[in-house]
Write a protein that binds this ligand. Sequence first.
Ligand code: S3P
Length: 429
Amino acid sequence: MKFHKTSSLKGEITVPGDKSISHRAVMFGALSKGKTEVTNFLQGADCLSTIDCFRRLDITIENEPDKITIHGKGLDGLSAPSSILDTGNSGTTTRLISGILAGQPFETTLTGDASIQKRPMKRIMEPLSMMGARIESLNGNNCAPLKITGSSLKGIHYRPEVISAQVKSAILLAGLYADSPTSVTELALSRNHSELMLRTFGADVRTEGTTATVYPRPVLTGQKINVPGDISSAAYFLAAGLLVPDADILIRNVGINPTRAGILKVIKDMGGQITLLNENQEGEPTADIHVTYSPLHGTVIEGDIIPTLIDELPIIAVMAAMADGTTVIRNAAELKVKESNRIDVMVENLSAMGCDIDGTEDGMIIRGTHPSVRPLHGAVIHAHDDHRIAMSFAIASLMAEGETDIVDSECVSISYPDFYGDLRKLCGR
Ligand code: S3P
């Protein structure tokens, strides 16, 4: 798909529901007794993979335009699937469902697309094996396909080397089936949607600092869940609003859970003008975000803030490329094992547009220049089938001279099916 510079970006949008929360609503609804109704569910390919997997585990899920309904059967209500589970492109589905399958009295094989089959699974295989499950990587490379033989599990206290909500959640979900409490202590706090939502469904989950503990065998009860807008999707329009001259946009109902909202602090550190309106602190906190054009300057992004903006680093790199001065991103080696190697892919594509950027072992060094001084130029972009890369470069193209051609642009369907429609609307096209 081809993209061009825009002279205008104005209006109001509502971004789709949060991907992490949508996955969890289906999973926890399936493990609860009774009906769970989910509104503003993200109809992206990743969350549809989660629905498909739970249907194969014999859970009835109705998917209507305005809501999805999960007819949960309780912790022991899943049945052995008659086929392999396909988790598509979704790391969240793969890792979280593994935690649930670890506690089932049957064997399951699961796999996903080419990207999923390269993503590291040892990080969940190790703790789930310590709890008593048998998990085999069928190609012997610690990646999917995985054969999971569930078992009666024992509680553990685990300290993951990587800071990952997917790892934490997989262990906590297995902990629902254990014989004693299960704790995870993280090096820094990753997103806490599992802890918050498990509690809503009736689980006994306690948190202290970076330790989360789940008590076994709760009775979970179906809930009504209204999913907030995804800050990871809003991030593209926050960046566009800051970068396009005269831009003025309002993004409604965005989730601003502090374990997800690191990008808001980075924007402020870079000199960006954003205002939160109509803040609501009940449950998962939300706000409307007003953003206007602001000249940005470089910054340093490192340490405990990294897990709170891990999915936003590609679009933050685009902002850095158009900010005055150098931006340094450190402690973000996890970028190498996302849907693509996001360090390599950002360096490849931002360089193609004329940006001065180096990849490092755990981040990037971006020597930015404001577009009014020296703009980036259009290029052929290879998103490597990574939705967040495609969306980041669609935004970069709005300030670039000449044409930008994103060859695999359709991958945005993973997390934001109507991304290009919303972008066109704001550009007045
Ligand atoms: C997610 C956690 C993050 C994030 C992913 C969704 C989740 O992964 O990158 O898009 O829903 O738990 P890690 O926790 O492995 O970093």
